[in-house]
Design a binder for this molecule. Structure first.
Ligand code: MG
Length: 450
């Protein structure tokens, strides 16, 4: 399996195997040259390898003459907001998002705080290929680094002042909350937010030690401890973050995971009840979004998977909300990026408005069932060949080939696509019944393996 994945959105790799300080240094120098030696905001998640990579990246940026504004351990959305607020030429986040603990990497931002798009990302990779020796500065013009400690407060202040957040109303509900912060970058901020909203709370895996006690992807199979704790503490809601706090999953008061698709579904239902407009999601996001939008007389547009595709399209069509079904809520009022803190504020407000329990709120939405499978590409499988084979087999059906192959059927679909961040193929299916979703997923998994 390749232990280093380089793409237009950054690098991910396994520490000490593919991902070394040299790799990060080279990447940081190329990015610094792309930013023309300007100001760069730098944040990281809590991973144990974070400080190691932080030093390499800082050195690379300074060598090119960049002014490095270090904001320390911070969620990805916080770095985005700081990049925009501090008028930087760019921003970098040292994170491997939801990947397991041995992974780390870089996500790259443009000056507007959005991830680099395809063209911008290719430019950085081209600079890296050519080399940056001609851009290295002499002793008297190397960059300087300073620390900015207000980034998370700036981010929270933006959340608190959202027009449809009524903090007094949320406080009156005295929500009991249990959250799993997965020892990631979001725990410290989430604690401040819950305190501000007058919640009673229990935080699991709160300190940002980066020593994940379970697989950090906030999907139901990893949230057993949280579900038990929600029941034990008789909480109104359970919250699960990923290590860089751009994804949010919800647990009902009954200790049942709603599935991360329903985070965006609830947020969309909430937002459209306040404000009408277009919704933008990726191709793999649940059809429940289409139903919710239709109920409000609004339309949904779909893009390739990957936050930048959604964000750019939201910008283009002036969407009121968007995101990805993996628990990534994007609210353009603050910034065009997935943001777990924004998600928490919206869901608590929605619960306060609704008055009843989360399980009832969830049940009030149309119900779909999804199945997901990862197929490792370790056995020398070529994803392009596999996709071609599937395309051939299902050519008589209704297909969408914007991203892998998506087969659209009656009130259901199944999709297979290559992951952007891991050496795997992802198979996803959705239907009105769990049995049909399962059947479609199995069918494609068998095809991939054959
Ligand atoms: Mg993430």
């Amino acid at each position: 399996m390749p232990q280093l994945m380089i793409s237009i959105s950054g690098v991910r790799g396994v520490i000490g195997e593919g991902l070394t300080p040299e790799v990060m240094l080279g990447f940081a120098q190329a990015y610094g040259a792309y930013c023309k030696g300007g100001r760069v905001v730098l944040g990281r998640d809590s991973r144990v390898s974070g400080p190691l990579l932080h030093h390499a990246v800082t050195a690379g940026l300074m060598a090119i003459g960049c002014e490095v504004i270090d904001i320390g351990i911070a969620p990805t959305p916080t770095v985005k907001i700081a990049t925009h607020n501090l008028r930087a030429a760019g921003g970098l986040i040292i994170t491997a998002s939801h990947n397991p603990v041995m992974w780390n990497g870089i996500k790259m931002l443009a000056s507007d705080g959005l991830f680099l798009d395809e063209e911008q990302g290719k430019e950085v990779l081209a600079i890296r290929d050519v080399g940056t020796s001609s851009a290295l500065k002499k002793w008297d013009s190397i960059g300087q680094a300073s620390f900015y400690d207000k980034a998370s407060d700036d981010h929270l202040a933006a959340v608190y002042t959202l027009p449809f957040i009524d903090i007094e109303k949320i406080r009156r509900r005295k929500f009991r909350v249990v959250a799993d912060c997965v020892n990631g970058a979001g725990g410290v901020m989430l604690k401040k937010l819950l305190e501000h909203f007058g919640c009673e709370f229990v935080l699991l895996n709160e300190p940002p030690t980066g020593r994940f006690t379970h697989n950090p992807e906030p999907v139901p199979e990893n949230l057993g401890e949280l579900c038990e704790a929600v029941k034990k503490h008789r909480a109104h809601i359970g919250l699960a973050l990923d290590p860089d706090a751009d994804r949010l999953a919800l647990i009902s008061e009954k200790g049942v995971p709603l599935g991360e698709e329903y985070t965006l579904a609830l947020a969309t239902a909430f937002l459209l009840s306040k404000r009408k407009g277009k919704v933008v999601v990726n191709l793999s996001t649940s059809m429940v979004i289409d139903d919710i939008a239709a109920q409000h007389g609004c339309t949904v547009e779909r893009t390739k998977v990957g936050e930048i595709h959604v964000a750019k399209h939201m910008q283009k069509v002036d969407a009121v909300i968007g995101g990805e079904g993996n628990g990534g809520v994007i609210l353009p009022d603050i910034h065009l990026g997935r943001d777990a803190m924004v998600g928490v504020a919206m869901i608590l407000q929605q619960l306060a408005d609704f008055g009843g329990p989360l399980s009832e709120l969830h049940a009030s939405l149309p119900q779909y069932f999804m199945r997901r499978r990862k197929v490792e590409l370790s056995s020398g499988l070529d994803p392009k060949q596999v996709l071609q084979k599937i395309l051939q087999k299902y050519r008589h059906e209704n297909l969408d080939t914007q991203d892998g192959v998506k087969i659209l059927r009656d009130e259901s679909w199944v999709q297979v696509r290559a992951s952007n961040t891991e050496p795997i193929l992802r198979i996803m299916s959705e239907a009105r019944s769990a049995a049909i979703a399962e059947k479609y997923c199995e069918e494609l998994a068998a095809m991939v393996a054959a």
